[in-house]
Ligand binder design. Structure first.
Ligand code: KDG
Ligand code: MG
Length: 402
């Protein structure tokens, strides 16, 4: 059995997605997500110019060997572009293997550890009152875990808060918009937000919050401590994690559980965080951290240290990645929670999929492979549109972490 052709498909049904389709000489094909938000064309160019030509004629069932070939064989290891490209090929090969075996990918990984995956949705509002309303709406929709973000008085835009009430989309069409940031205002405002939410709903469901890399370690420690009375499921991306040791300081000051890792692309980015139990949830995704083959290594290592998974699931992770995440989560013994930010209706039409939301959980049927498709004719009607994530600046004009 041989890989005959690999196609890279770029489409924008409301936002950009990059997908690979690996076709074999026996008619079976597999899909992989290769979307890197704001840098989509770098990955498609890397795939087209440097990865795909090397794979034609290889046996698609040699998933591990192809992973090692792409990782070791490039000489230049790691990095988001490379690891996203490897992830896309890896996902597609698992999809092919599942179709050949006539089994879902979760069966190939070792079978189900659970029947359904706990998910968290996004409640956000331009102020506390809107955020509380959004929490009530999510509870009515069945969510058992809800991330809460609110606008901050004095800041014109804040991460996680849409222009209109409703779903939030981080990337914006055109060149990167600039947003002001002020940590002092945010720190003053956020514990009050959670006090109001808990006053309104009590101690169920779970609540989560994303600080989106904005804080220094000591500021993060202060926020974690201030949020303790509200019993968060997690505080996410409290500080940038290039310096894994920075989490030691946060840990020493607060018992609020910590989640990190949506920007990580390899086990080396989280080795110390996990090995030293400095975090509680690892958020690496299948698309940005080398595919199922590599994320399985991260999850197994995390399991040894009582760290659970809490994979990134924003709208820039296509339904192909979400299908892979559902298969993975059904298997992973140390699954914790899955982020779920619903795609728009057009995206769901371009990528028909088998997973679905039911009463606060994600479920899927026993279908071969990943359980996701692409409607290529529909995808072709929506070509790439330049879009970027915003950038942040402090009041004095210095660049900050968005
Ligand atoms: O591409 C970046 C977004 O996916 C990110 O900003 C969303 O932080 C995010 C989250 O937790 O979903
Ligand atoms: Mg995040």
């Amino acid at each position: 059995m041989k890989i005959e052709r690999i196609q890279t498909i770029v489409t924008c049904p409301g936002r950009n997605f990059v997908t690979v389709k690996v076709m074999t000489d026996q008619g079976v094909y597999g899909l992989g997500d290769a979307t890197l938000n704001g840098r989509e064309l770098a990955v498609s160019a890397y795939l087209d110019a440097h990865v795909i030509p090397c794979l034609i004629g290889r046996d698609p069932r040699c998933i591990e060997d192809i992973w090692q070939y792409l990782y070791r064989g490039a000489y230049w290891r790691r990095g988001p572009v490379t690891m996203t490209a490897i992830a896309a090929i890896d996902m597609a090969l698992w999809d092919i293997l599942g179709k050949l075996a006539n089994m879902p990918v979760y069966q190939l990984l070792g079978g189900k550890s659970r029947q359904r995956l706990l998910v968290y949705g996004h409640a956000n509002g331009r102020d506390h009152e809107e955020a509380v309303d959004a929490v009530h709406r999510h509870i009515a929709e069945g969510f058992k875990a809800i991330r809460v973000q609110s606008g901050v008085p004095g800041l014109s835009k804040v991460y996680g808060v849409g222009k209109q009430p409703g779903h939030y989309e981080p990337a914006e069409k055109g060149l990167p918009p600039e947003e002001p940031w002020d940590t002092a205002l945010y720190l003053r405002h956020t514990p009050e937000l959670f006090r109001k939410v808990r006053d309104a709903i009590g101690f169920e469901p779970h609540l989560l919050h994303d600080a989106h890399h904005r804080l220094t370690p000591i500021e993060a420690a202060r926020l974690g401590k201030a949020l303790e009375p509200f019993s968060l499921f997690w505080l996410e991306d409290a500080t940038p994690a290039e310096d894994q040791d920075a989490f030691r300081l946060i840990r020493q000051h607060t018992t609020t559980p910590l989640a990190v890792g949506e920007v990580f692309n390899s086990i080396w980015d989280c080795k110390d965080l996990i090995g030293n139990q400095l975090i509680d949830f690892i958020r690496t995704t299948i698309v940005h951290a080398g595919g199922i083959t590599h994320v399985r290594r991260i999850a197994d290592f995390a399991a040894m240290h009582q760290v659970r998974t809490g994979f990134h699931g924003a709208t820039d992770l296509s339904p192909v990645c979400m299908a892979a995440a559902v298969n993975f989560g059904l298997w992973a013994p140390n699954f914790g929670i899955q982020e779920l930010m619903p795609h728009n209706a057009l995206t769901d039409e371009v990528f028909p999929h088998n997973y679905r939301f039911e009463d606060g959980y994600l479920v899927m049927d026993e279908v071969p492979g990943l359980g996701v498709e692409i409607d290529e004719a529909l995808a072709a009607r929506y070509p790439y549109e330049r879009a970027y994530l915003p950038v942040a600046r402090l009041r004095d004009g210095s660049m900050w972490n968005w």
